[in-house]
Design a protein around this ligand. Structure first.
Ligand code: 5AD
Ligand code: SF4
Length: 433
């Protein structure tokens, strides 16, 4: 019998939420989380397959687990999540020390698997479900400020670069009541911020309710101080959604708005279903209707066939919008995806060169956007101690910017007025008013 377990998590917030779900499931069956993996009876790694780099990291961690297994042969090693789906054959052939491989829709099997001890080895279940949303399970959360709540699973958009529709399967949404119940419980447990999560949150649809309906229902829960959500698809950002965002003080004034590319030709090849023009217009509407909104984005460089002109189109969209922050990636060919088969792949050196240019431009924009806040007073939620000094807090503005300031008389979870006195790179510096 494996009594204690340890989960190491890679990848997106959805994986963090899934690990909390698994922890909740296992603890409700009497298993206990181990402080360190060295003392755990079972070690799980919750994996990510979005880019090759993410997979490499997991492979190197598996090397470490292998060493532990040699020292303690009874320890159970499990691979969970997106890579399980994708690499089960490789894992079975080349990494026999992995005992259990479970895809993202198979976590309910875990308590039973652990109860079997080592009698049965090599349990593999990577079937994807059209229905599983883990509706009745309560996640076990550690951190006390923000609770991640998964509102939907899977994705049906099939962007040609993305492996998610293959690793996480079809799109399905949880019912509003179930999400609201989980949100109420999180607030009772002391969380003050909620982030609604989905691969494609604004495709949310349950019975007659759409994403703006859900957002409004959660925003009204008494005791909730801040509500965020991620990630939306630009095509599904509607006027109704923007109105709901403006109507509730609890809904934070920030949005993740993933561009991917600024070239119409590349967007089409990516199957992104919006044009550069539509994206620019929506950014304009967001900034006009929700003044002060923080806009972050995702951008890929070196997608197959990306010419110098296409790349310049991406830079010019960045220049027009001036994103507050950006996650930037070199295109990484993924198995099963359409783009991996395109025959005009871009050389690695050119991808790196473009990425460097993109990062430099974004750095400039981030600094300029942050400097524009100097002198203003922001509402900041006190979240944690600053890494630099025990006398300082780190907290976020409504528009999702980190601010560092002296603690004064304030406490974690307070929402306070902070005067911004400086901006360096991605962080703001402030003074409690
Ligand atoms: N290569 C590079 N970046 C990718 N992303 C998704 N798939 C790939 C890929 N194959 C990026 C997209 C997405 C973010 C989560 O990861 O920008 O929005
Ligand atoms: Fe991947 Fe596109 Fe779905 Fe996002 S919307 S998860 S990028 S397929």
């Amino acid at each position: 019998m494996h009594k204690s377990f340890f989960i190491e998590t890679y990848g997106c917030q959805m994986n963090v939420a899934d690990s909390e779900l698994v922890t909740g499931l296992l603890t409700s069956h009497g298993y206990v989380p181990a402080e360190r993996m060295e003392s755990a009876d079972a070690i799980f790694v919750n994996t990510c397959a979005i880019r090759e780099h993410a997979e490499e990291k997991v492979h190197s961690r598996l090397g470490v687990f292998h060493k532990i297994k040699r020292e303690r042969p009874n320890v159970l090693i499990g691979v969970l999540g997106c890579m399980a789906q994708n690499l089960k054959n490789d894992l079975l052939e080349n990494k026999p020390y992995v005992d259990v491989i479970l895809g993202p829709d198979s976590y309910r099997d875990l308590p039973e698997i652990l109860s079997r001890g080592n009698a049965q080895k090599h349990i593999v279940d990577t079937k994807l479900s059209r229905f599983e949303v883990y509706d009745d399970l309560f996640p076990s959360r550690n951190e006390g400020i923000n609770a991640w709540i998964s509102i939907m699973r899977g994705c049906d958009k099939f962007c040609t670069f993305c492996i998610v529709p293959f690793t996480r399967g079809r799109e399905r949404s949880r019912r509003v009541e179930s999400i609201v119940r989980e949100a109420r419980k999180a607030i009772t447990d002391g969380f003050v911020e909620i982030t609604l999560l989905g691969q494609n949150v604004n495709s949310y649809h349950a019975e007659d309710q759409s994403f703006p309906d859900l957002l409004a229902a959660v925003a009204e829960i008494p005791g909730l101080r801040r509500l965020r959500y991620t990630s939306p698809h630009p095509q599904d950002i509607t006027m109704e959604l923007i109105e709901v965002m403006g109507a509730y003080d609890t809904i934070c004034n920030s949005i993740h708005f993933p561009l991917q590319s600024g070239s119409d030709r590349i967007l089409k090849r990516m199957n992104r279903s919006y044009t550069r023009d539509h994206f620019l217009k929506m950014a304009d509407v967001l900034r006009t209707r929700l003044p002060g909104i923080g806009i972050s984005t995702d951008i890929i460089v070196g997608f197959p066939g990306e010419s110098e002109n296409d790349f310049q189109d991406t830079l010019s969209v960045m220049e027009s919008i001036q994103f507050d922050s950006a996650y930037t990636f070199k295109y990484s060919p993924r198995p099963y995806t359409k783009a991996a088969e395109y025959d005009d792949q871009i050389p690695e050196a050119l991808k790196s060169e473009r990425l460097d240019q993109l990062i430099a431009l974004q750095k400039k924009h981030t600094l300029e956007r942050n400097q524009a806040h100097v002198g203003s007073i922001e509402k900041v939620l006190v979240e944690k101690e600053s890494k630099r000094s025990p006398d300082q807090w780190a907290g976020r503005t409504d528009s999702n910017k980190w601010v560092i300031f002296n603690k004064e008389e304030t406490r974690i979870r307070d929402i306070i007025d902070v005067k911004i006195i400086g901006a360096t790179g991605v962080t703001l510096h402030g003074q409690v008013v």
